[in-house]
Design a protein around this ligand. Structure first.
Ligand code: C2E
Ligand code: CA
Ligand code: CA
Length: 584
């Protein structure tokens, strides 16, 4: 047994040593005697020994103070407190501090020592097994969230004393769900385990790598003196995605984004929760920027996040404060060039601010769930307008409404759609529900029943921004999809390069092969239209025809006679362009 004895009196040390030899006669022992109350020295040695006996009265300090210095759960071996005199209160204090037992020097006998040591060792082993279980992630063996939170608290406290940086890096996998769906859950597990192994290999023993949730990892790094070292290390951590991961005969690449927050030596406040928020904010931004991205938290990002927090609050009241307005962008039939429908697009007039783009505020409303109420407002507003136009004797066209996946996950969504359509007596066939390709694929399992339900009453489902997500085609065929909206990036790229034109043609072809209707959005010029091979029922949407309009301006479009001139002009332009293409 390896025994560490902390005692300022050499005679007492020798006495303990003698008792040990008598207590465990057949065993080999090695002893280390430390005579000073030096917590750091003792702490360093703990890992090399099996048990430690520590005297309570050590001249400059006490045994209990030293034990208190090691946080309870971090004591790797049993500590037995030795004291010269028996004392009831001391006994309790020792237990509270984390000592495994308490022995009075005068009462020490080999058999008492033997019993105590045996019990303490068995107890510690059990305790450590439980600690390991409670603090580690079952799949990867990494620290779990609980351990991570404690370690972060401790790191923030101790980093104040050292003159260096503390870094918190959160890594979130991209498309983990897709890997699970494509290769199966066992493959997902293999990916997580392999990435965990690679991440752990990049850091030092004293750093912490934790699995914070399904596909999110947290790394706490302490002790770097230069900020640039942390940048190098973060790049190394992201390097875990470089090499493919083997799974049976397959191999695939994991990808991920990371958000990094640093706490400089003298930076205040030293607050673990704030550091975590900062890293989370940076990660959120990284995810928005795209795959495989690293974002460092800085003051500017802090301000943006601050702004998004105040936006979040304001959005909660946007409906109540009457700050929302619905615009309508016409959709045009590709053959007749007459109005075939419109897309409802939300505008937010945030009181006291400039108009905020929905591309900015919708994700914020999704995060805070206020999108559920806002989305309901959009539906109701569109239905109310359609009812109004109908009563005015105008010809209604189908209105496309953007639906967020968060809305679809709400249990009341279906009921509210049906109720709203009923309330304004709107034919469900006049409602198209647009859902983006990427979110559709992410949430498909939970929402396909709801999509079916609404499709069964006549609403049409449209896949928005098609081409930039990763739809699995078999899935699309299983879902009640009526229409595909080719993402504007493809429409706009089409005329510029042959390769892009090819991709665009394939998407158009795909929609037609699957018997789906098609909308080309983002049509800004004649050349955009000309680059597409469309069928007569396909639709065009974009600035070439019209920007999104207020409901009053859009109303004019519902009176076809007012538009015949426009249609003639477009038809003429199109014909001209076509004949130029043919070289007539
Ligand atoms: P989206 O659904 O892809 O909508 C099309 C966006 O492209 C609109 O931006 C529209 O104004 C813009 N656009 C239309 N034609 C052209 C063109 O020819 N060229 C270019 N460059 N852009 C064009 P907007 O109105 O800023 O909306 C942005 C996004 O915000 C929408 O993208 C949609 O995802 C989301 N959104 C808007 N309204 C709602 C809503 O009521 N609910 C939900 N959940 N999301 C909404
Ligand atoms: Ca849309
Ligand atoms: Ca779109």
């Amino acid at each position: 047994m390896r025994v560490l004895v902390v005692d300022d009196d050499e005679v007492d040390f020798l006495n303990v040593k003698r008792h040990f030899k008598l207590a465990f006669p057949g065993e080999k022992h090695s002893f280390l005697w430390i005579s000073e109350a030096d917590p750091e020295l003792i702490s360093d040695k703990l890992h090399e020994y099996d048990i430690c006996l520590i005297d309570q009265y050590l001249g400059a300090g006490t045994g209990i103070d030293i034990i208190l210095n090691f946080l309870k759960r971090d004591i790797p071996i049993p500590l037995i407190l030795l004291t010269g005199r028996d004392d009831d209160t001391l006994y309790e204090k020792a237990a509270d501090a984390g000592a495994s037992d308490y022995l009075v020097k005068g009462d020490l006998t080999p058999s008492l020592l033997k019993r105590s040591v045996r019990y303490c060792l068995a107890h510690k082993e059990n305790e450590q097994r439980l600690v390991k279980y409670a603090f580690s992630d079952g799949l990867t063996g990494l620290a779990n969230r609980l351990k991570f939170d404690q370690a972060l608290d401790l790191a923030v406290q101790t980093s104040a004393r050292n003159n260096n940086f503390l870094a918190l890096i959160i890594i979130d996998l991209d498309d983990f769900k897709l890997i699970n769906d494509t290769y199966g859950h066992a493959a997902g597990d293999t990916l997580l385990k392999e990435l965990s192994r690679r991440l752990s290999a990049q850091v030092r023993q004293s750093d912490i790598v934790a699995r914070l949730g399904g596909d999110e990892f947290g790394v706490i790094i302490n002790g770097y003196e230069q900020e640039t070292d942390i940048h190098i290390l973060t790049n190394k951590l992201m390097g875990v995605f470089d090499k493919p991961i083997d799974y049976g005969t397959e191999s695939f690449h994991g990808k991920g984004c990371s958000g990094v927050a640093l706490l400089g030596p003298e930076e205040l406040p030293r607050d673990a929760a704030a550091l975590l928020r900062a890293a989370d904010g940076a990660l959120y931004r990284a995810k928005h920027k795209g795959k495989n991205t690293i974002v460092y938290y800085d003051q500017r990002l802090g301000e943006t996040l601050q702004q998004s927090a105040s936006m979040e609050n304001a959005l909660n009241k946007a409906v109540e404060n009457n700050e929302l307005e619905l615009y309508y962008q016409p959709k045009i039939n590709s053959e007749t060039l007459t109005l075939s429908g419109a897309e409802a697009l939300l505008r937010w007039k945030w009181t006291g601010h400039e108009q905020v783009s929905p591309a900015i505020f919708i994700p914020i409303a999704e995060r805070s769930l206020s999108i559920i109420e806002i989305g309901q407002w959009v539906l109701e507003e569109a239905c109310k307008k359609m009812d109004y136009w109908k009563k005015k004797g105008l010809n209604l066209v189908p209105i496309a409404i953007n639906v967020s996946p968060i809305q679809l996950q709400s249990n009341t969504f279906i009921r509210r759609v049906i109720e709203t359509l009923d309330q304004y007596d709107i034919d469900p066939k006049l409602i198209e529900l647009e859902i983006t390709e990427s979110t559709l694929m992410e949430h498909v399992e939970h929402i396909s029943d709801r999509m079916n339900k609404l499709a069964s009453i006549g609403c049409k489902w449209v896949i928005d921004d098609f081409g930039i997500g990763h739809s699995s085609l078999s899935r699309i065929a299983d879902l009640p999809i009526s229409k595909i909206k080719v993402d504007q990036s493809f429409v706009q790229m089409a005329p510029t390069s042959a390769a892009d034109k090819k991709i665009c043609s394939i998407i158009v072809l795909l929609a037609h092969e699957l018997n789906l209707e098609l909308v080309a959005e983002g049509v800004e010029t004649l050349s955009h239209i000309n680059a597409l091979t469309l069928l007569p029922q396909d639709e065009l949407q974009g600035f070439y025809f019209s920007k999104p309009l207020t409901s009053t301006d859009f109303e004019v479009w519902l009176q076809p006679e007012q538009f015949s001139q426009c249609v003639d002009k477009w038809l003429l332009a199109l014909k001209k362009a076509e004949s130029q293409k043919r070289g007539d």
